[in-house]
Write a protein that binds this ligand. Structure first.
Ligand SMILES: NC(=O)c1ccc[n+]([C@@H]2O[C@H](COP(=O)([O-])OP(=O)(O)OC[C@H]3O[C@@H](n4cnc5c(N)ncnc54)[C@H](O)[C@@H]3O)[C@@H](O)[C@H]2O)c1
Ligand SMILES: O=c1ccn([C@@H]2O[C@H](COP(=O)(O)OP(=O)(O)O[C@H]3O[C@H](CO)[C@@H](O)[C@H](O)[C@H]3O)[C@@H](O)[C@H]2O)c(=O)[nH]1
Length: 328
């Protein structure tokens, strides 16, 4: 039995591949390298260059490798880009996911684990977001993912495809062994941007909005370390393989940090007092997103890297390694 990881050349997918290989799984990566990197896929995983919407290719890969489970990470992920290019997002994230689900059903795939997002909750005001809260995404990215959630649930009802939907909160950090990290150029994620500012790769950091209804006025997020997130997928996959029920589960730590708190940790861990500018709000940012995490914990998942200091240290190390790679 082999596992197909779509988007396995990307940030989270490449960490997933490492976790699967470490657990002794046979892994096949399918990635069109639109934002991923061939070098991010470990040698012990098979690599297929191609698109998740290419049904003939996916069917062939499933047959040739004896795939029993699909972990579907491939997507476009930049929220502001989804606002200016909604149809591109619905095509890549929703239409192609429909094609992938159809191929999975036709080929008798047993388990399907899907990368969803806290963006499906939109501007929910609750201090902790539970999976059963009303869903009201406020941008095309979130909607493209929510439609995929619905398709999976309907495909389960009609065709028996078994799913685990994981809603990630803010993913950060890098493999502690230095094998992978967030490599996207022009990334917009706070911890990566702050690490780049600390290393002098950016002139300053903008804090987007200081007038939110939060303790220090800046947005609060639940930052989850990327290997902890990958292990949540392993737990979900084992649950499905053991005959457990289909599930929708938040992935976070259940506590948040504000933008200013993150900046403070990055300054402390790096030892660099980089320039910080207090700037206007960025459109589309909810004030606070913190996960209720009892569901995934009930399956036996336990975080191993629940420390902002550790996450920031990993991000700084990875930025330095990337700079070395570029200079070489
Ligand atoms: N990074 C986060 O904080 C975050 C939060 C919530 C959810 N997610 C979800 O996690 C998943 C992975 O995100 P990431 O941060 O690793 O992004 P990423 O851009 O690093 O990885 C996405 C990968 O998918 C590939 N890809 C995209 N479209 C494809 C297609 N049609 N066919 C084949 N390959 C394709 C890209 O080349 C890339 O390697 C996405 O589904 C994203 O929506 C990410
Ligand atoms: O230079 C920066 C970058 C970010 N922020 C702020 O930091 C917070 C976190 O922003 P960011 O790291 O860009 O993540 P989010 O916008 O919260 O979105 C991430 O987390 C969501 C789940 O919570 C996922 O849906 C998205 O795909 C993923 O990009 C927000 O308040 C931003 O305004 C800044 O102040 N300055």
């Amino acid at each position: 039995m082999a596992v197909l990881v779509t988007g396995g050349a990307g940030y989270i997918g490449s960490h997933m591949v490492l976790e699967l290989l470490d657990a002794g799984e046979e892994v096949v990566v399918l990635d069109n390298l639109s934002t991923g990197f061939r070098w991010a896929v470990p040698q012990d995983a098979a690599f297929v260059a191609g698109d998740v919407g290419d049904q003939a290719l996916v069917a062939r890969v499933i047959e040739e490798h004896g795939i029993d489970s699909i972990l579907h990470f491939a997507a476009k992920i930049v929220v502001p880009e989804s606002v200016t290019d909604p149809l591109g997002y619905y095509f890549n994230n929703t239409v192609k996911t429909r094609a992938l689900i159809e191929t999975a059903v036709e080929k008798g795939i047993r388990n399907f684990v899907f990368s969803s997002t806290a963006a499906v909750y939109g501007n929910a005001e609750a201090p902790l977001l539970g999976e059963d809260m009303p869903l009201a995404p406020i941008n095309p990215y979130g909607r493209s993912k929510l439609m995929s959630e619905w398709m999976l649930q309907d495909a389960h009802t009609a065709h028996g495809l078994r799913y685990a939907i994981l809603r990630y909160f803010n993913v950060a950090g890098a493999d502690p062994k230095g094998r992978s990290g967030q490599s996207t150029p022009q990334a917009t994620h706070l911890i990566k941007v702050a690490a780049q500012a600390a290393l002098g790769q950016r002139p300053h950091l903008d804090v987007f909005g200081t007038d939110y209804n939060t303790p220090d006025g800046t947005c609060v997020r639940d930052y989850i370390q990327v290997n902890d997130l990958a292990r949540a997928h392993l737990v979900a996959l084992r649950h499905l393989r053991d005959g457990g029920e289909c599930a929708i589960m938040n992935c976070g730590y259940g506590h948040g940090a504000s933008v200013l708190e993150v900046v403070d940790v990055v300054k402390r861990v790096s030892g660099v007092d980089f320039e910080v500018r207090l700037s206007p709000r960025r459109p589309g940012d909810p004030a606070q997103l913190v996960a209720k995490v009892d569901r995934i914990r009930r399956l036996g998942w336990q975080p191993q890297h629940d420390s902002l200091e550790e996450i920031v240290d990993q991000a700084l190390r990875w930025e330095k390694a990337l700079a070395g790679r570029k200079a070489a």
